[in-house]
Design a protein around this ligand. Sequence first.
Ligand SMILES: [Zn+2]
Ligand SMILES: [Zn+2]
Length: 147
Amino acid sequence: MIVLRSDLLTGFKNKLFEIELKTTDNNLVLENNKLTCQLSSKPSKHGFKISGFIFNNIVNCCDRCLQKYVLNNKIKLTFLISNQKNDNIVGNYDLLYWSDKADRVNLKDILLETLFVEVPLKKLCSNNCKGICLDCGNNLNNKTCSC
Ligand SMILES: [Zn+2]
Ligand SMILES: [Zn+2]
């Protein structure tokens, strides 16, 4: 996910970014191998402040019924792109270091890190998931069996 310095300098608001991204991590599989986000940029002291949403299209596998599901919620995100390696004014924001010489910046890693935090430890397609029958392997959400 490449953003050009010229775009950052101009600034953008609610701009939609979409890239093809096939992750190598089995815990982080994205639906259709796409990463989509909507971002705004404005200048900050040593660079730019980026804020917006990532669309959470992580494909999870339910612990109970083993069906795949996607939450499709929006994950809020704010971070700073800064030319200071140790910027002590960042507060709670993640920081992406960026050399003054670079004419573009890749947001992929910081977006993936943010997404990765959203991978739940306990994965359930719904709180009411009935799971699978241990006798016949039937998905009890779809039909009841007579075991
Ligand atoms: Zn389930
Ligand atoms: Zn059964």
